[in-house]
Write a protein that binds this ligand. Sequence first.
Ligand SMILES: Nc1ncnc2c1ncn2[C@@H]1O[C@H](COP(=O)(O)OP(=O)(O)OP(=O)(O)O)[C@@H](O)[C@H]1O
Ligand SMILES: [Mg+2]
Length: 268
Amino acid sequence: MDEPKFIDIEGVEMVFHTRKGVFHALREIDLTVRKGEFITLIGHSGCGKSTLLNLIAGLLKPTDGVLLCANREIAGPSPERSVVFQNHSLLPWLTCYENIYLGVERVFGKTETRNQLRERTMQALALVGLTAAESKRPHEISGGMKQRVGIARALAMEPKVLLMDEPFGALDALTRAHLQDELLKIVAATKSTVVMVTHDVDEAVLLSDRIVMMSNGPAATIGEIVDVQLERPRDRVALAQDARYTGYRTAVLEFLYRKQAHPAKEAA
Ligand SMILES: Nc1ncnc2c1ncn2[C@@H]1O[C@H](COP(=O)(O)OP(=O)(O)OP(=O)(O)O)[C@@H](O)[C@H]1O
Ligand SMILES: [Mg+2]
């Protein structure tokens, strides 16, 4: 690992000021992510996973503490850190093709020809199986398809850091498995650093180098971290029988359902 601390989060606190008063969402968040590492964030609904991801994206500023990427303070959003949002965020007046092209143009527009940009866009559409939907607008496609366009857009930008907020949550099991496998291949090829939020324990174990488990809010923090030492490439069918896989899975389930059983009432 050439850069031991690629993303460095130190002493981060996040307090929201709402009409009902202040809400302390995250406290004492310390985390370092190595270059090329695949991190998943897991925890119950409302614990602050999206908030932490948005802080890394530069879409939120911490109330206290500091976030660094490649030794520079994260001061705002950047195409180097592209985001797949929890609620697909496509521009409704653009087609699927145009939504992806926009991101591609932003990153490669100055250095590549229009044909190359078009090629990248078509490759990204093909990757998520949406070639046939290229000229449809977001209101003409399903929720899962919209999510796939968002994933294609983020991947096509070849970011140094890929931030994904439950990217596969709305997909059926087969599409989800296919895209997980594709994501692993892409990440292996591009050596991207990934921070991904998930609710899915199997997904976390299959994809992660480390699983960061968060305690319940308010004032949520990192509870435990599971170091997943399974060699890559990983084969989902073989792993299902692997005792180490089951062990990691059990560790996450223990944390979520014994140590951090979900509070009966939702956080405000
Ligand atoms: N802009 C905001 N203003 C006030 N409170 C907020 C804001 N954003 C998030 N919160 C609160 O912070 C907490 C964490 O929210 P966040 O969206 O990060 O949770 P999450 O872990 O992503 O949940 P889910 O799994 O349901 O997506 C919640 O209690 C939420 O209500
Ligand atoms: Mg969320």
